[in-house]
Design a protein around this ligand. Structure first.
Ligand code: HEM
Length: 289
């Protein structure tokens, strides 16, 4: 029983009550913090998937199915990725070289019925190069090894574009990543070829300093005309030069290069004179059949 005549003990009791409230509040906060930590992913998925929407519910299942790596990246099977195709308001994911991106914000490009919907829910890396958006062959769509050197570089540019513009989600199990999310033998091969392509490009750039591009124009009656100036190929210089065909290693076609007077009698196998065009001719004409 309280001694009402003792003000000190009343103050003590009130303080005790206050501390009890504080303790309860703290306890609730700790429980809330622990629960938030444990169910963080589910909470985020629930918020982003608009709970109650049947399409979102089916996606919540696939989120659980696709594994998450310790890095936070998700691992998708081909079937899991296929669900993210924008149908019924689902998010839109696409893969390029085995890396998965959320392209939902680009719905005007990738949404159902839009120009680039073909890429939704799959890895169709090769189509970024050949522009084939009609038929999808599971066996070939991401088989990039046989692409030409420059095409490998273009494909890498596309991948960088997605890294910059869209949210990276994870990896697709298959040609480029195994079930643990580790790069496959094929992936290493691709990276080696990409490295070669970069080296070849750097060498070609260096060669352009020595043998700059010619100017080119075309007319129906005379065909292609090539000629050099002191700034052709975008390289400012003191000399004009003479047009030659230059066959670079790995290139599928020749380019027109300007060579200096001192190189006129070169034995460089990469350089060839144009047919019916003199040693010191300033311009040459040719027709492609
Ligand atoms: C290999 C062929 C091609 C591929 C793989 C391709 C791919 C793409 C992709 C993936 C996008 C969406 C980019 C994004 O997420 O913002 C896009 C946008 C676009 N593409 Fe293509 N495209 C190709 C050829 C063409 C051609 C030939 C044209 C024009 C005749 C064209 C015109 C456009 C335009 C206008 C946009 C929209 C740009 C914007 O609104 O920001 N594309 N393309």
């Amino acid at each position: 029983m309280r001694d009402v005549n003792n003000p000190v003990s009343i103050a003590q009791l009130e303080m005790l009550e206050f501390l009890k409230h504080l303790f309860r509040l703290q306890f609730l906060l700790i429980v809330a913090a622990v629960l938030t930590g444990v169910y963080y992913n589910q909470l985020i998925n629930w918020i982003t998937n608009k709970a109650g929407d049947p399409a979102s519910e089916s996606l919540a299942v696939s989120y659980e199915n696709s594994q998450a790596l310790s890095s936070g990246e998700q691992l998708f099977t081909r079937d899991e990725l296929a669900k993210f195709n924008g149908e019924n308001g689902t998010p839109i994911y696409l893969a390029i070289i085995g890396t998965v991106f959320d392209v939902s914000k680009g719905i005007k490009h990738y949404g159902p019925g839009c120009s680039y919907n073909f890429f939704a829910g799959r890895d169709a890396s090769v189509s970024f190069i050949n522009g084939e958006f009609e038929s999808y062959d599971v066996g070939k769509a991401d088989d990039v090894i046989s692409l030409k050197s420059n095409d490998l570089l273009s494909l890498e540019n596309w991948q960088q574009f997605y890294r910059k513009e869209y949210k990276y989600k994870g990896k697709l199990i298959g040609r480029f990543y195994d079930e643990k999310g580790e790069p496959t033998h094929y992936h290493w091969k691709y990276l080696a070829l990409l490295e070669q392509a970069k080296t070849a490009k750097a060498q070609a750039e260096q060669l352009r300093e020595v043998y700059p591009d010619c100017n080119i124009e075309w007319s129906e009656e005379r065909g292609t005309r090539v000629w050099c100036t002191k700034s052709s190929g975008g390289k400012q210089r003191e000399w004009v030069g003479y047009p030659r065909k230059l066959f670079e290693v790995g290139a599928s076609n020749f380019r027109c290069a300007c060579i200096q007077e001192k190189d006129l009698d070169t034995t460089d196998v990469m350089l060839k004179q144009y047919d019916d065009c003199g040693l010191r001719a300033y311009e040459c004409y040719y027709k492609v059949d």
